[in-house]
Ligand binder design. Structure first.
Ligand SMILES: NC(=O)c1ccc[n+]([C@@H]2O[C@H](COP(=O)([O-])OP(=O)(O)OC[C@H]3O[C@@H](n4cnc5c(N)ncnc54)[C@H](OP(=O)(O)O)[C@@H]3O)[C@@H](O)[C@H]2O)c1
Length: 261
């Protein structure tokens, strides 16, 4: 399928690792120019090396989205380098393992930091990206949420709240006629458990491989976690010209892990 992404300009937040990097690679493979941002220059450099073979224009910006001016600094760099942006993938986020099991013992800052890292980052980048999309009279905003940010609603409450807010942000914007009639769509992609080297699942597996596999067998119909590439394929479709009628959707990508429908 021709996705119509060749020559477009995209920003993937948190694009140096995991689902963000897989999405950046998938967009670049379709001929889309890609900007990525994250905290670590070393990670951005490694990601850029993986993106270079696709031969598209690349931009990487160091930014920590827990700093209130981070989105502005990233978007200023996009403005200066490209002056245009049609696609935004709000990927940066996380915090599902932050804090403690016990809610009362979890510092209040965990709640606000997880909200900042997920929901407010999506708000800040989307606000800055929209004028570009309106000028282009075409745009795609895709936000990576979680099955916990929808009907599955379990997990640590600060994470569930923040992801639910992101889902609500996309749904709310998708109903704003003045944006949608200009060809801009807003969707969420809600992954289930995704295997990403160097993150929490790998720690769990290392601690007790048998218990980890038992949990996969019990909770995941495929008896495995998903891959970042399986999420990225859905992201790329939602960013494509083919997805023009998909607006306000919250698409679960979890191999059947969630029980709700
Ligand atoms: N993996 C899963 O099972 C799963 C499931 C459901 C939803 N999700 C969601 O998918 C998204 C991506 O998660 P992932 O598992 O792919 O994460 P990951 O592999 O840990 O990658 C996170 C990316 O974000 C960057 N990042 C982290 N904190 C940042 C900050 N404060 N400011 C700027 N950049 C930051 C990281 O680079 P630096 O370290 O250089 O900053 C990295 O590029 C998140 O929104 C997450 O909630 C993941």
């Amino acid at each position: 399928m021709e996705l119509g992404l060749r020559g477009k300009f995209a920003l993937v937040t948190g694009g140096s690792h995991g689902i963000g990097l897989a999405s950046a690679k998938r967009l670049a493979a379709e001929g889309c120019n890609v900007a990525i941002c994250s905290r670590s220059q070393a990670r951005l450099d490694a990601a850029t090396a993986e993106l270079e073979p696709y031969g598209v224009r690349l931009l990487s910006v160091v930014a920590d989205v827990l700093e209130a001016d981070a989105a502005d600094r990233v978007m200023d760099a996009v403005d200066a380098e490209w002056g245009e942006l049609q696609i935004l993938v709000n990927n940066v986020g996380g915090g599902g393992r932050w804090g403690k099991e016990n809610v009362e013992e979890t510092d209040i800052r965990v709640w606000s930091e997880v909200y900042e890292k997920n929901a407010m980052a999506a708000v800040r980048f989307t606000r800055r990206a929209l004028p570009h999309m309106r000028r282009a009279r075409w745009g795609r905003v895709v936000t990576i949420t979680s099955i916990y940010g929808g009907k599955e609603g379990v997990g640590r409450p600060w994470f569930t709240m923040a992801k639910a807010a992101e889902t609500a942000l996309m749904k709310s914007l998708s109903g704003m006629g003045y944006l949608v009639r200009e060809g801009i769509t807003f969707n969420s992609v809600a992954p289930g458990g995704i295997w990403i080297p160097g993150t929490g699942f790998e720690d769990e597996q290392r601690r007790d491989p048998e218990a980890f596999q038992r949990q996969l067998d019990a909770e995941y119909p495929l008896k495995r976690l998903g891959t970042p590439e399986e999420v990225a394929a859905v992201v790329a479709f939602l960013c494509s010209t083919e997805a023009s009628l998909v607006n306000g959707a919250n698409i679960t990508v979890d191999g059947g892990q969630s029980r709700s429908f």
